[in-house]
Structure formats: C-alpha cells, structure tokens
Write a protein that binds this ligand. Structure first.
Ligand code: 4AD
Ligand code: MG
Length: 463
C-alpha cells in the first residue's frame, strides 16, 4: 500500500473509512493498558495525525520503542475521530519501527525548550513544531518570489558566488583562497603574491549579485537573482547573518518611482501568498509567539507605504523629542532605532525613504542634481527596520567613473561594470530584499538565527 502524507490525509475526506499507510516521527505517546495514542508528524504540516493502538492487538513490548522522536510506519484504518482536537485518526493494524530514539539521550524528549537552547541543537530543531512551521513558511515564501517574477516576465539570473569585486564597498568580504596560509608566496616587496592563487588574483564570496545583475538587466531587460550572499561584518544583532539569502531584481528603463512601486507590490505579494498558503503555520506561530502577527501582516498588505526623503525623515527624528542611543542629524546613517521610530511610532506604516546623502550609500547610486544626495530607497518595516535597500543606478559613464575615482575603488576591478555605461547605457534601477528579514516579518520570530535552517554568525558554523 502506498504511503499517504499527513497533509493529504487530513484534507481529503475520501480517505475516511479506507486503509492507509502513514510514516513519520513520534511526537508523543500516552494512554493506558487498553489503548495507546500516538501523535505522529511527518513534517508535511503543522498538524499531527493521531494513531490509536488497541492494546488487545499489540503487546507492551511492541510499543516500547515507540517513544518521542522514534520513526515508525503504521498501517490501519482511517476513521473519524471521537476525541477533540483532530478530525480523523488511524486505528493501527500493523506497526514497523524504523528508528528508535533513546529517551535518555534524545534532546527533544521534553517540550518547551527555549529558542536559545534549540539554536545549540540546530541539527535537530527542524523536528520541533516551531521550526517545522518556520521552515515551511520560508519555503512558501521562496516559491512566491519565483512566482511573482515569473508572472511578470523577469528572467532568473544566476550570479557568481566567487567574485573579485566588492559591490557594496564596505570591505566586509570573506576571502576565497587555496594558498597555503602557513606558507604564503611573497612578492619582492614582501606582500602576498596572489598571482599564484587559484584565480590568479584576490577573490572573495560575494556580498551582492547586483553588479552582475546589471549586466543581465541591460541585456534581458528585467532579471532577478535569488541566492546566498556573505558578509564578514562582526555584527552580532538579531537582524544580521554572515550568510544570508538575497533577492535582487534589476530593471532596465525603470526610474526610482517604478522601482518603489515594484518593491511595494513585491513584498505585499509575498506576504499575501504566505497568508493564503501557509495559514496553519502562521496561526501556530501567532498563537505561540506573537498574538498580533496576522493583523500586522494584513495591515501591511492593505495599506500604502509612506514615501518620503531621508531629509524629511531626519527632521521628524530631530523634533521627535525621543532620546536615541545614536544621535541623529543630516548626514548620519540611520540606525535600526531611528528606522523603527519612523515606522512604528510616527507613521505606524511601512516607510520608503529616498534620497540619502551620497556619503553613506554605495558608489553605483544615481547622483541627484543637488550634488549631495543619491537616488537611493530603503524600505523600512515594523519590527524589522530595513528590509529592502535599492536605488536608481548612475547610468552616466563620466559621473560613475568620477565617483569610483573619488572613492578610490580600484578601476582595474571595475572595467567590465563600466562597459554597461559605455555601450548602450540606459536608465535602470533595482533593489535587494533580505530574504531572512522577510521570513522574520512573516513568521513573527524576533531573531534572524531562527528563520534560516543553519545560521552562520560570528563564531558559529557548527552545523
Ligand atoms: O542594503 P543592502 O546592503 O543592498 C545591497 O546589497 C544592494 N546591492 C541591493 C541592490 O540594490 N540590488 O542589502 C540589501 C538587503 C537589506 O535591506 C537587508 O534586508 C539585507 O539585504 N541584509 C541582510 N540580511 C541579513 N544579514 C545581513 N548581514 C544583511 N545585510 C543586508
Ligand atoms: Mg542597505
């Protein structure tokens, strides 16, 4: 007989009254000498299926290895359930134990572990209800992203993970080398001789696929990337990872307003898709961690984002009367506390801030007429702060080159990028959505380490 997944079993009334095979991991077992109840999860849904063992048919010995965490297969009849909390249950006829889980040793034997503890056993935490729910929502969101762009004629472009250029210019890159670190080849002036390295030059893991994305957009019209990016900044915050996933659409012929429109439509689409397709998981997370979660998600989907300039935003912060840890005035980079004040306290809505001072933004952003600001846009979300960063790009060759020189970015690394401005340059724009920040928002989790299966943060890369 063919195995039926729990998610299908629970939503298909036709299975009631038939013989079924279910396979999964035991969540709990309880009962008495006449009857034993097992809650079985196969990961396909937040819901368990209840298995009922009539102890007239099974011996205590047979049920003994059926403990929390063990993996079993049960054949039996699916019937409507008498008990509350479930619609149907399986009355077991046969039991096969695939793998036991010694109750003395299994770390998830008991319920109610803290998220901090579960981070220490990240290899097992997907077996918990919380991480099952988060990982399913994450998967749903990833699918929504591809669907959104596919429906709008965007091409999915695969940009390299190993690169020789620093897109964001922040210098927080993980070097990639095959040189023997204990025996480095040196040049005459005592520096490391990277011509002997694998690629014949210094290379690193990418911080962003944008520069290559621009090459794609100025050929295919509109592209998006969706892949891992790496940042070696030593920031231990609940919103930073050393390895995170980013979605970066890049569109020829889009100005900053088109870019903002797309960004707003895009995040709303993803949130809506999750509400439509992952409601069981979102409800579970809302009940467990954050009663306002669903209202907050609906609110973001149903309301226009506020759009204003960085300058206007800074004025609001300056007259707010609020004591910030980091003082704020025109020219300072906004901290999460400033972003969240604007979003959560002042506007009570997502905000798109534009036209930032050029000094605090990357070299590729389009320079405004005022000579001071660039056509940047950051989308700021409640509970998260910055969820998207993007801009219209500087498409003028001379202005871009001047900025590259001003910032002392080595030109030899950038010639291929500048070629987009030498040959058939066009106005174009794009942005980057931090995938884990979106998953944070949709799941209501508060620490970014809890929305990626295997988080990488400073000092942590065990599993
Ligand atoms: O603002 P960022 O640095 O922008 C870029 O990388 C541009 N190249 C994007 C583009 O225009 N194509 O990063 C974009 C987003 C941020 O808004 C944030 O959501 C997320 O990526 N992000 C991080 N997420 C987790 N951990 C980190 N260390 C992150 N750094 C940025
Ligand atoms: Mg940014």
């Amino acid at each position: 007989m063919k195995r039926i997944r729990v998610v299908d079993l629970l939503k298909t009334p036709d299975f009631i009254g038939t013989d079924v095979v279910v396979k999964g991991w035991v969540r709990t077992r309880r009962g008495n000498k006449h009857v034993q109840f097992v809650q079985l999860s196969d990961g396909s849904t937040i819901k368990n299926i209840q298995i009922v063992f009539d102890m007239a048919k099974f011996s205590d010995e047979e049920l003994k290895p059926v403990t929390t965490g063990s993996a079993i297969c049960v054949e039996g009849r699916l019937v409507e359930s008498q008990g509350k909390g479930q619609t149907c249950e399986v009355q077991a006829d046969t039991l096969t134990v695939y793998g036991t889980a010694d109750p003395e040793a299994y770390p998830l034997q008991k319920k109610g572990h803290t998220l901090e503890f579960l981070r220490e056993i990240a290899h097992l935490r997907p077996r918990t209800n919380t991480f099952g729910a988060v990982l399913r929502v994450r998967s749903t969101l990833a699918f929504a992203i591809h669907k959104f762009f596919n429906e709008r004629g965007f091409q999915y472009l695969h940009t390299p993970l190993i690169t020789a250029s620093d897109c964001e210019g922040a210098g927080a890159m993980f070097q990639v080398t095959t040189l023997d670190l204990n025996n480095l080849p040196k040049t005459d002036d005592g520096k490391v001789d990277y011509t002997q390295d694998f690629f014949g030059k210094t290379t690193a893991l990418t911080v962003s696929g944008q520069l290559e994305g621009e090459l794609g957009a100025t050929a295919l019209g509109q592209i998006y990337t969706f892949g891992p990016t790496f940042r070696a900044e030593n920031s231990n915050t609940p919103r930073h990872l050393s390895e995170f996933w980013m979605i970066e659409p890049e569109m020829a012929f889009y100005d900053i307003t088109d870019n903002m429109d797309l960004a707003e439509e895009f995040v709303k689409y993803c949130i809506n898709y999750a509400l439509d397709h992952s409601m069981d998981d979102i409800k579970f997370l809302a009940d467990m961690y954050d009663k306002d979660l669903i209202d907050r998600l609906r609110f973001v989907v149903d309301n226009d984002f506020v759009r204003l300039s960085y300058g206007e935003g800074v004025k609001i912060l300056e007259v707010s009367g609020k004591k910030f840890e980091f003082p704020v005035h025109w020219g300072t980079d906004l901290q999460s506390e400033h972003e969240r004040y604007l979003v959560e306290e002042h506007f009570k809505k997502p905000v798109i801030l534009t036209d930032y001072p050029k000094e605090i933004k990357a070299f590729y952003m389009k320079q405004n007429e005022d000579g001071k600001t660039v056509r940047a846009m950051d989308v700021l979300f409640p509970h998260i702060g910055e969820i998207i960063g993007g801009s219209e790009r500087e498409e003028n060759y001379d202005k871009l080159l001047a900025r590259i020189e001003e910032l002392n970015i080595p030109m030899k690394d950038m010639w291929w990028y500048l070629d987009t401005r030498r040959f058939g340059t066009v106005p174009h724009s794009g942005f980057g959505l931090g995938f884990e920040r979106l998953v944070l928002f949709v799941t209501g989790m508060t620490n970014i380490r809890d929305v990626i299966p295997f988080p990488r943060t400073p000092g942590k890369a065990e599993f």
